[in-house]
Ligand binder design. Structure first.
Ligand SMILES: [Zn+2]
Length: 292
């Protein structure tokens, strides 16, 4: 079988990590390595608070155990805001995430594009694109362009972040890679993933918008999800089979299309265990298809 370029890991730390007596995220790279995982998404959900010393130590540990670090920028980012202060803050949150990311040796920073409630969606998208351009300029000035920024597809309909909107954001600059949160798309589009064709359609849109090479390297978030008419309600674990979507068809497409995504599992509580299950699903499909 060809070398594994697809990577799997959790968003944050599983309950079991703490139950085993671990206390610091500095121990995560070794813990993930021992589990057989390859990636770790570190979340700055409520602000970038890590010290330079700790960030660098985490980066060293990640390198030692061959774990690819990615970052989730703070949730407060809203590139579509009309408020000057919020614009500046959004910019700052992303830049601070990138600076900490550089200390950690992170490859990617994923972020939520923002809200779509002020004016029309089109206007919100245009404002977001404008601010994104300013951020890219600042990234260049500050030497932060080694890290890829990844706008995410969002789970609620009133958020900016449909598949098409994220493609438009990515088209601002060819260095941008999308975070495709399949759970979010499933929720915002009322359970869109039922068959392998439903997943193929999304991958086709990405290929058509960004080209094959960029489409191969997408950042992926995956979990089961509960939703209402407005979209996302909450994330569940792989064991909660009453909620979709299923990973198998997507894993098959990743294999067939030779894709090299970083797949981050966002299950509640058991994100690392579930990331490993996703990896096993992928490896089983790869094994079966190699034999065919
Ligand atoms: Zn997210």
């Amino acid at each position: 079988m060809r070398g594994l370029t697809i990577k799997f890991g959790p968003s944050g730390n599983s309950d079991s990590f703490y139950k085993e007596g671990h206390k610091s995220s500095l121990e995560m790279p070794e813990w993930l390595y021992n589990m057989g995982l390859d990636a770790y998404e570190y979340s700055f959900s409520k602000g970038v608070k890590i010290s330079e010393k700790m960030a660098k130590e985490l980066g060293e540990n990640a390198q030692k155990f061959n774990i690819t670090i990615t970052i989730h920028a703070p949730y407060y980012i809203n590139l579509a805001t009309t408020d000057k202060t919020k614009m500046e803050n959004s910019k700052r949150y992303l830049i601070e995430s990138l600076i900490a990311g550089k200390w950690m040796g992170a490859k990617r920073v994923t972020f939520h594009p923002g809200s779509a409630t002020e004016g029309t969606r089109k206007e919100a998208l245009e404002r977001a694109k404008r601010l994104l351009k300013e951020i890219l300029k600042e990234m260049e000035d500050k030497g932060l362009t080694d890290i890829t920024i990844c706008p995410e597809t969002m789970g609620k309909k009133n958020q900016l972040g449909s598949l098409e909107e994220v493609m438009e954001l990515c088209n601002v600059d060819e260095r941008i890679i999308p975070t495709i949160d399949f759970a979010h798309l499933h929720a915002r589009d009322n359970g869109r993933f039922k068959t392998i064709e439903d997943y193929a359609e999304v991958l086709d849109v990405i290929e058509k918008s960004l080209g094959k090479e960029r489409a191969k390297k997408i950042h992926v978030h995956f979990s089961r999800i509960e939703y209402t008419e407005q979209g996302e309600k909450r994330h569940w674990t792989l064991k909660d089979i009453k909620y979709g979507p299923e990973f198998e068809p997507l894993a098959q497409l990743f294999y067939e299309r030779n894709m090299e995504p970083i797949v981050i599992c966002e299950s509640r509580s058991t994100m690392a265990e579930d990331a490993l299950k996703l990896k096993e699903i992928y490896l089983n499909i790869a094994k079966r298809m190699t034999k065919l």
